[in-house]
Design a protein around this ligand. Structure first.
Ligand code: SAM
Length: 230
């Protein structure tokens, strides 16, 4: 039984895919996909030995060692030439780490694979990397589970350079269009946090007025975005 978060990630994996799941931990995602015959082949990459051995025992339990290939490796180093991977999932990590994994592993990317990324924080960093490397975002999801809000970004290499605006990088080009209730809730919470920051800055003896103004501007931007038009 998958979490709603991982279920949503798995929904983006097309039937017949050859997947690399990087930072797989217990390998729940690739196991789910293999069990349901959505993937025909899967690389299960893990940098840490403990999680990798968990993954191996979970894979063995389901008798899936012919489909899923657990490998101890840093990032995309788990992918080998013969794998012929056409989908990569990287989920449950910070946006910085996801970006590092993609940047360090560039040589392993053929440009044919669909990237399905689920940063826990730092989504704009991931979108900036995608834009800089000519990946086009073609779907985004936002969901809430157990009090956390998660975003999922899927992208594919484009023919032409990709340009996103500052707003699109921050909020997500599709999420910005959709403005779902979860999206609004996420950014309302962000406003609340920024207001708290401003409040405590105002109590300081030496006020950093420039910084306060910058945060206020950020709040205004968010407010403009989530404002429900009538
Ligand atoms: N992907 C799973 C999920 O979304 O539920 C597990 C997420 S878990 C919080 C993050 C995992 O990524 C950990 O097991 C960690 O060891 C692994 N990890 C961190 N850096 C990595 C790297 N550079 N290469 C491969 N795995 C990495």
């Amino acid at each position: 039984h998958l979490s709603k978060r991982l279920q949503t990630v798995s929904d983006h994996v097309e039937p017949g895919s050859r997947l690399a799941d990087i930072g797989s931990d217990h390998a729940y995602l690739p196991i789910h996909l293999a069990k349901n015959h959505i993937i025909e082949y899967g690389v299960v990459g893990e940098v840490a030995k403990g999680p990798l051995s968990n993954a191996i025992s979970e894979i063995k339990k389901d008798n899936l060692l012919e489909v899923l290939h657990p490998r101890l490796a840093d990032g995309l180093a788990a992918i080998e030439p013969g794998d012929d991977v056409n989908a990569i999932t990287i989920a449950g990590m910070g946006g910085n780490l996801i970006t590092h994994i993609l940047e360090d592993g560039k040589a392993k990317l053929s440009g044919k694979e669909k990237l399905i990324l689920q940063p826990n924080v730092g989504e704009p960093t991931v979108r900036k990397w995608l834009m800089a490397n000519r990946y086009k975002i073609f779907a985004e999801q936002i969901l809430e589970e157990d009090g956390h809000i998660y975003e999922i970004v899927t992208a594919k290499k484009a023919e032409q350079p990709i340009k996103y605006t500052e707003l699109e990088l921050k909020f997500g080009p599709f999420l910005l269009q959709e403005k779902s209730p979860v999206f609004v809730a996420k950014w309302q919470e962000e406003i609340r946090l920024l207001q708290k920051v401003i409040q405590s800055m105002r109590q300081a003896v030496h006020q950093d007025t420039a910084k306060i103004a910058a945060i206020q501007k950020e709040i205004d931007t968010i407010n403009e975005v989530i404002q429900v038009e009538s």
